[in-house]
Design a protein around this ligand. Structure first.
Ligand SMILES: [Mg+2]
Length: 192
């Protein structure tokens, strides 16, 4: 079986390339200006619906409806330094793919592709892998804000956690990554 010459780096979208948290909070505050909301630095669960559900009855469902609403994805901003970081990984000689989950909303995949085209460029649209189960994807590294990656298989990649307030209680034993230190962290992990 052929082995790719280049190392493969998979990069998650929500919470890594696209500012999912900020869009959720902004949308919540616009729709429900009189209800409490959670400051970004006080978020404690990867699944935002879970923490909002603790604030009041149906709050989790309200947040779910925001996330699944048509056009929500178009409101997401690019994370600071994400486009530059993605381009630098490619220029460093890695095979870089965007690896992102499909939601139950049927508009999810086309909205994500549209977002990538608009914010990152068309070359990245054809480098998108959209799957509910990332363990079915092969690669050397996955950069993802989700604290633990589970699925049908044991992951064949090394998971590097993208640092976010809601995943700081998890210690993977590896350095955490933000776009300001991505080159060094990826190079270090691939060396081990
Ligand atoms: Mg994510």
């Amino acid at each position: 079986m052929d082995t790719p010459v280049k190392k493969i780096v998979l990069v998650d979208m929500d919470g890594v390339l696209a500012n999912f948290e900020l869009a959720c909070q902004q949308c919540w505050r616009r729709l429900y200006p009189d209800l409490p909301f959670i400051e970004l630095e006080e978020r404690t669960t990867h699944d935002i619906k879970q923490q909002y559900a603790t604030l009041g009855e149906n709050y989790g469902n309200k947040m779910r409806d925001i996330i699944h609403s048509n056009g929500f994805y178009a409101t997401l901003e690019v994370m600071n330094g994400a486009k530059e970081g993605l381009d630098r990984l490619k220029q460093s000689g890695y095979e870089v793919f965007i690896c992102t989950a499909q939601a139950r909303n049927t508009k999810c995949a086309p909205e994500k592709a549209e977002w990538v085209n608009r914010h990152l460029g068309s070359e990245w649209v054809e480098r998108m892998i959209i799957t509910r189960d990332k363990t079915m994807v092969r690669g050397d590294i996955l950069i993802d804000d989700k604290p633990v990656i589970t699925g049908l298989y044991s992951p064949c990649f090394t998971h590097i956690i993208y640092d976010q307030p809601y995943n700081r209680l998890v210690d993977s034993g590896r350095p955490r990554l933000t776009w300001s230190c991505s080159d060094a962290v990826v190079a270090n992990v691939l060396k081990c």
